[in-house]
Design a protein around this ligand. Structure first.
Ligand code: HEM
Length: 126
């Protein structure tokens, strides 16, 4: 498949994952039962699987090994941190204060991953 097309899918799913994370975070802040809605629990997983599949797809098409590219390793580590913090924010966090802190930290990590993606630098701006 065409690299540019897979990259477009990657970028679209990036926008969707952020929109869903912001929406669910908003529901978490308001203690809304909507957070437990079936679609709200399933849709992010489908989208995030697509996001990751597109990332892996690009690496395969371009024959790139992420171990050779520090910025790709930074994205993978960042993604793991984003998932961990996101789970605390929306599911596992015992107190509201912890959930809010994890949500803000997850958004910070998300911004970092996006900055790494655009600059292809482990420390964007340097
Ligand atoms: C939440 C997680 C992620 C976010 C927010 C994200 C964001 C982005 C964005 C915004 C771009 C477009 C950059 C541009 O326009 O130049 C991009 C490209 C890309 N991402 Fe991700 N990404 C994520 C996860 C990953 C992961 C885990 C990998 C795999 C290691 C990956 C691999 C790539 C590759 C190979 C490109 C294309 C680079 C290029 O050809 O310009 N991404 N990513």
């Amino acid at each position: 498949m065409d690299y540019a097309l897979i990259k477009l899918v990657h970028k679209l799913t990036v926008v969707i994952t952020l929109a869903l994370f912001l929406l669910r975070g908003f529901w978490m802040l308001r203690d809304s039962p909507k957070l437990q809605a079936r679609w709200a629990r399933i849709a992010p997983h489908i989208n995030d699987s697509l996001l990751l599949a597109a990332a892996v797809g690009m690496l395969i098409v371009a024959e790139v090994n992420p171990l050779d590219q520090p910025w790709l390793m930074a994205k993978i580590v960042g993604l793991l941190a984003y998932i961990g913090l996101g789970t605390i924010a929306l599911k596992r966090g015992k107190t509201q204060s912890l959930r809010i802190k994890a949500w803000i930290a997850a958004l910070g990590v998300f911004g970092y991953i996006a900055a790494v993606a655009v600059t292809k630098q482990v420390v964007p701006g340097l």
